[in-house]
Design a protein around this ligand. Sequence first.
Ligand SMILES: Cc1cc2nc3c(=O)[nH]c(=O)nc-3n(C[C@H](O)[C@H](O)[C@H](O)COP(=O)(O)OP(=O)(O)OC[C@H]3O[C@@H](n4cnc5c(N)ncnc54)[C@H](O)[C@@H]3O)c2cc1C
Length: 385
Amino acid sequence: MMLPWTQSQVSFLKDLVTLRNPLSRFSFVNYLHSVGRLDDFINMGSFLPFRLEISDYLQWVAKSLALVRVEYSRDCTRIEPVSADGSGLSTGWLARMADGSTIEARNLVIGAGRDAHVPAAFAGLPRERVIHSTEYSRRIVDIDPREPHRVVVVGAAESAAEMLWETYQRFPRAQCTMIIRSAGLDYYQTSKFTNELYFPSYTEKFFSAPEQTREQVLRAMRLTNYAGVTPDMLDTLFRQVYLERLTGEQRLSMVTMVDVEAAEMVDGEIVLTLNDKMRGGRDELRCDLVLLGTGFEGREPSLIRDLADACGVGDVRVSRNYRMITPPDITAGCYLQGTNEATHGIADSLISVLAVRAGEIVGDLLEHRGEAGRESDADSALMRA
Ligand SMILES: Cc1cc2nc3c(=O)[nH]c(=O)nc-3n(C[C@H](O)[C@H](O)[C@H](O)COP(=O)(O)OP(=O)(O)OC[C@H]3O[C@@H](n4cnc5c(N)ncnc54)[C@H](O)[C@@H]3O)c2cc1C
């Protein structure tokens, strides 16, 4: 969702380093200073950078690293444990790439996000007729904006709202319909008190709590992250709907309290079967393109599930420091980022805890290397960075 007009919902101070080490040269403020935009950013008077500049910041950091090599456009298809010293213990990992190459490592950190959730009703539609939000920016540019498309957006959270607005503007002749299961779009919930649950210090408290309590907290926090829309976005959409009602030229509409039960191709059109829960009946909606703002799979992504299978791990769990719990014959370290909401809290998949989490992972990694008697100056340099 790297749309040029979108901003982060999280403070620029929650960058890669500041919460762990405000003196680090890899801060967002130092980035702005280095690229000559600090005055402009201060003048904007917002804590919320544009996502475009967060992306640029991340690239700036990547380019600044002397000891780290970043390889772009590599697709990892499988990771297996390997025994490097013939002892029978798995002391390393072998990552297989889509181009047939491999990379060996003693330790592994996986931060590959989560798999896109495509509801079963849409699984049978041709690929060119369905775009999940994770592919939106990449694929929407292939669609001719001059055609009078009928576009349906499924979902009611930030991704769906952003796709609706971008599509509405990008395709001036399109009819854009949002299909919503609930009563209507809502602001995402926030308060300064619940926002404390996004503090890195909350991770420890959450991790130590009983499982049932953790589940209760996650349920309560759902509306703060997954099921709402930012006030700016929601108000923008409402103003446009209002303006259309005023002018009588309606291109933007919302259908609420409906479930999409089926989707099929009929005579070159997509036909959606909608269950209207208010009326208790079924309707058909015909369209040319479906955009899915339907979120992500709750379970582990397939890359991690396959890795766990290869390790003989049934139930994927991590320690407090994100190290995957593996059988005793696997001594190589594997750290999982962003998939530990159940044990580490609502912020686990977000940027909020990133700086501190990365520090905890590096600390744990060095502790294990220390145990193996291999601590070196390079290790200390890594920790200081
Ligand atoms: C609309 C929207 C707004 C958001 N706003 C915010 C916000 O304001 N603040 C916030 O904290 N969070 C926000 N989030 C959540 C945000 O997306 C996450 O915090 C962040 O992207 C997580 O980063 P990540 O690196 O863990 O995962 P991702 O961003 O998902 O990155 C994973 C990367 O791994 C790559 N990858 C996956 N599989 C493989 C493979 N097999 N081989 C090679 N590479 C692979 C992917 O291509 C991708 O580049 C928002 C999300 C959405 C959808």
